[in-house]
Design a protein around this ligand. Sequence first.
Ligand code: NAD
Length: 355
Amino acid sequence: MMNILITGGAGFIGSAVVRHIISETNDNVLVVDSLTYAGNLESLKEVENDPRYRFVLANICDRDSLDEIFSEFKPDAVMHLAAESHVDRSIDGPSAFIDTNITGTYTLLESARHYWSGLDDEKKNVFRFHHISTDEVYGDLHGTTDLFTETTPYAPSSPYSASKAASDHLVRAWNRTYGLPTLITNCSNNYGPYHFPEKLIPLVILNAIAGKPLPVYGDGAQIRDWLFVEDHARALYEVVTKGVIGETYNIGGHNERKNIDVVKTICSILDQLVSDKPAGLTHFNELITFVKDRPGHDMRYAIDASKIERELGWTPVETFESGILKTVKWYLENETWWKRVQDGSYAGERLGLKD
Ligand code: NAD
């Protein structure tokens, strides 16, 4: 049984990790999250009454709070998911990305190093700091067959991926220079339940059922490699418990799809599941609208996940077809969750906490 400190545990992937650990293991979890617009305690309702789960409202840039949290909770492992994560927002306003993704990761590393260096030898050997990152640090691929491996050189394109690349480098340096026992994972695009509606898949589902246009950047030919979020959560737990210190593991689902094909797949699932379509609509794909491409838009991401499959025995359970069907059904059945995100009322709980 471990004490696991999870930063960003109220976010999309973080909350899936928390739900996974509470339901599948005996570990204790402490979530540290500042509840930005992307943090939502309603994604943690399933675990909120479990005695092995606790939440602390704190910013990873706040060293004093972090030091207090480390000395009180005494984690055996840190899983670091807190981040600004939306590429479009990073283009409009990069500053929060520099603060959280770079300065926040630096502050967390320093707090973790201070705590770790004070542990006795036995606990020191157990401790691990797992940094969760993205395949976007590798830039993009232009051929149709090459894949990102753990040794692909970094070439980030957006302020988001550049800030994540910087944080990966900091983590590696804290391992090489100070001996902090770190692990890094770089994962492809995630999708699934509790995904904030600004991201492509939930945006398309929710716009479609509201009869609104389905915006597709450029010609929609960009390719992403999709992984169901619960498969990612399982992979992260395998890495934090069994991964080799100092190593990087790429995580991906072997599910390359063009953006336009993802949108068309969602439309055809909705055609089958939704009987009362918005007025004037025969098929949901009539709502597809091509919009001006994002500046610096990466063409193709694709992950070679053979290292984690070979060394840790992890493989994804969901195919894209099974995962996207589960996801569409989840949004159709969980209107309360996304309506409270859309109308902003989920913030009430956050503000209540801060008062
Ligand atoms: P998210 O935006 O849904 O959640 C981020 C969480 O971090 C939120 O709960 C937010 O409140 C919290 N947070 C932000 N700034 C903070 C701060 N300064 N202090 C404390 N908490 C803060 O993100 P996500 O999609 O769940 O991604 C989690 C991690 O996984 C990120 O590091 C991201 O780079 C990485 N990642 C995401 C994807 C993806 O497809 N979503 C793919 C690969 C890797």
